[in-house]
Design a protein around this ligand. Structure first.
Ligand code: B12
Length: 348
């Protein structure tokens, strides 16, 4: 610990434990963008912080200070500040005076990070898992080495190490062990969401996100080809495209991979302008056209309506379509499993 730090950031937790200021990478005053500031009341309490857990003692009900949390988590306060700057694992509130106030949910995330690093995971990968939404809170714990948790950890670690070969092998294992729909929904979606959250909180990790997406896309295409070959007489044809402004097209590859397991062929055409979309529909005569929009801003109702006379079934895929009132004949597919079930029902 006395040696100068020459480790990559991901390994510097070793140095952080020794709390040597020359090993910290960023200014100690930096604040993560978007962290809400909560006004103090007359007693210095933080309104709303108590909501995280009403059963805890009064100190926690006001939101915990960095020193309190350092004691609970068992690391130096400087380490907590470094984790906040590097990985976005900070307090959900601050007092008007700028003091950090941690909720019990924030503390739980930090404790998860500790468990994972103690189990041997690099701190950056552990932070990605610890940042996952509460709904995926049955987090990997030490000793739990099965199913999607094990593969999720392996995937996160491979992404963190920028190890394309390991990402590919893990993705292949996920797809063959769990199938495309479960693998995508239970392993890849949480990982991608965590990468997005990290970027949103810290502005970091774009290079890892891009690598994960390109390697994962190749794995999904491999899985699709392998399963298509297993069905010598492919059934229904589906055309899957995104609206012209929607660049998040990876879910279309996941759809194709899941449908291929049932012998359904999908033309995955990415984001298309109107004329190209019409040409593709005319040239492939699909039984189903799925028009994907992840966000409300990228929906295009006119484009969707223009497809109605061109294909037997037109559906609106993705959460973007939740808001707009869709034509009666257009089903909305909010998630991958619903999409697969619907296509299977139409094709039978
Ligand atoms: C990879 C990625 C990219 C890649 C996409 C590459 C590709 N080929 O797909 C690139 C680099 C292109 C990109 C660009 C941008 N991105 Co981006 N990106 C992501 C990331 C990390 C994963 C995207 C993804 O595949 N999501 C799909 C799954 C994994 O997530 P989901 O949509 O939440 O899943 C839900 C549903 O969609 C549904 N579902 C999931 N899969 C499927 C499949 C089917 C068939 C169906 C029907 C439903 C379904 O179920 C899930 C649960 O409800 C997300 C993080 C995230 N949360 O998604 C950010 C994210 C979507 N991006 C974001 C942003 C801001 C951008 C940019 C504006 C950044 C910029 N400044 O340039 C651009 C915009 C591009 C555009 N015009 O569309 C934001 C969007 C914020 C918002 N308000 O929606 C996110 C959420 C990151 C964040 N946390 O801030 N991005």
């Amino acid at each position: 610990m006395d040696k100068p730090c020459t480790w990559m950031r991901a390994k510097c937790r070793i140095c952080e434990r020794s709390a040597r200021p020359d090993h910290l990478f960023l200014s100690d005053t930096g604040q993560v963008p978007g962290t809400p500031r909560l006004p103090d009341d007359a007693n210095g309490n933080v309104p709303g912080a108590a909501d995280a857990d009403k059963s805890v003692e009064p100190a926690a009900a006001r939101g915990l200070s960095v020193t309190d949390v350092a004691g609970r988590v068992g690391v130096a306060a400087a380490t907590l500040r470094a984790w906040e700057r590097r990985y976005g694992l900070g307090p959900s509130g601050r007092t008007t005076g700028g003091h950090r106030r941690y909720s019990m949910a924030d503390v739980a995330a930090l404790q998860r990070l500790q468990r994972l690093t103690h189990a041997g995971m690099p701190v950056a990968s552990a932070a990605l898992l610890a940042l996952e939404p509460a709904s995926q809170d049955n987090l990997p714990v030490v000793g739990e080495r099965h199913g999607s948790d094990r593969l999720a950890r392996r995937f996160a670690a491979a992404v963190d190490m920028l190890d394309a070969d390991r990402i590919a092998r893990t993705a292949d294992a996920v797809l063959s062990e769990r199938g495309a729909a479960s693998g995508w929904t239970e392993v890849f979606v949480p990982q991608l969401q965590a990468l997005g959250k990290r970027w949103e909180a810290t502005g970091q990790g774009v290079e890892r996100e891009h690598l994960a997406v390109s390697v994962l896309q190749a794995a999904l295409v491999r899985h699709t080809r392998k399963n298509t070959r297993r069905h010598p007489q492919p059934g229904t044809r589906v055309l899957a495209a995104a609206t012209p402004t929607e660049l998040h097209t990876l879910p279309l590859d996941a759809l194709a991979a899941a449908l291929a397991e049932a012998g359904i062929v999908t033309y995955v055409l990415g984001s298309l302008p109107k004329t190209a979309l019409h040409t593709a529909v005319a040239d492939t005569s699909p039984a189903v056209v799925a028009l994907w929009a992840r966000s409300r801003q990228s929906t295009d109702l006119a484009l969707l309506r223009g497809l109605l006379t061109r294909a037997p079934v037109v559906c609106a895929a993705g959460l973007g379509w939740r808001g707009p009132s869709l034509p009666r004949s257009v089903p909305h597919l909010p998630d991958l499993r619903t999409a697969v079930d619907a296509v299977l029902a139409w094709s039978s």
